[in-house]
Structure formats: C-alpha cells, structure tokens
Design a protein. Sequence first.
Length: 139
Amino acid sequence: MKKLIVAALLVVGMSTFAQVEKKEKEGNEPMEKMSPAERAEKGLKRMTKQLKLTEAQQKQMKVLMAEQEAKRADANFKPSKEDRLAMKEKISKILTPEQNEAWDKIQEERKEKMKEKMEEKREERKNKKEEKGEKTEDK
C-alpha cells in the first residue's frame, strides 16, 4: 500500500513539475495581464534592443506607443488598415533608413510566424474534428 501511495505522489509531483517548467520556458506574460503602459514599455524595450534606438528616438517612440496602447485599451477598438499604415509611417519618420530596413525585416518575420501559428491551430482544429467524428461513428 505504501508503495502505491509513494508511486502516486511521485507521478503527481512529476506532472506538476513539468507544468511549472513549461510556464517558465515560455517566459512571456500574457498580454491581457499587462496594463497598456506596461505593454508600451515592453515594446519600447524590445525595439530599443533590436534597432539600437537613440535616447531621442526612444522618447518619440514612447509617446507614439503610449498613444497606440491607449487606443487599444478600448475594447471596441479594431485597428483598420489605415490605422496600421499611419502608425507605420509615423514609425518610419522616427527611424533611420538602416533601422527602417531592420524594422521591416522584423515585421516580415513576425508575419511569417503568425501565419505558421495560424496554420498549426487550423491543423489542430481539423484533427480534433476528425477525432470527434471517428468517436461518434464508433458508437
């Protein structure tokens, strides 16, 4: 009996440890839990690191990002294509030509990653539907 209890505790402990480790690896806090100011600050730090922004550029970007995050705080706000183009134009005025090239490259990479994630989600949904279809057919 003791061996069974010890084995059960070991299994529960291992699974709990695995879940905690997974969360630590992700490292990214969900965006919903951060305030607009925190999201803007995190975005600014990332841009500063990636593009090596100067102090003046950081100040300009901080104002721009704060405006954008304030708009996003409204639950009904959905950025239109014009909004995105206007933001891109404002950013390109702040950045140097070299930084603009790097920024465009980063944006393309993010777009590709998002496409890949969307494809994975579609595949997962498709697989789940197929599994449910097979289970109902078996009954």
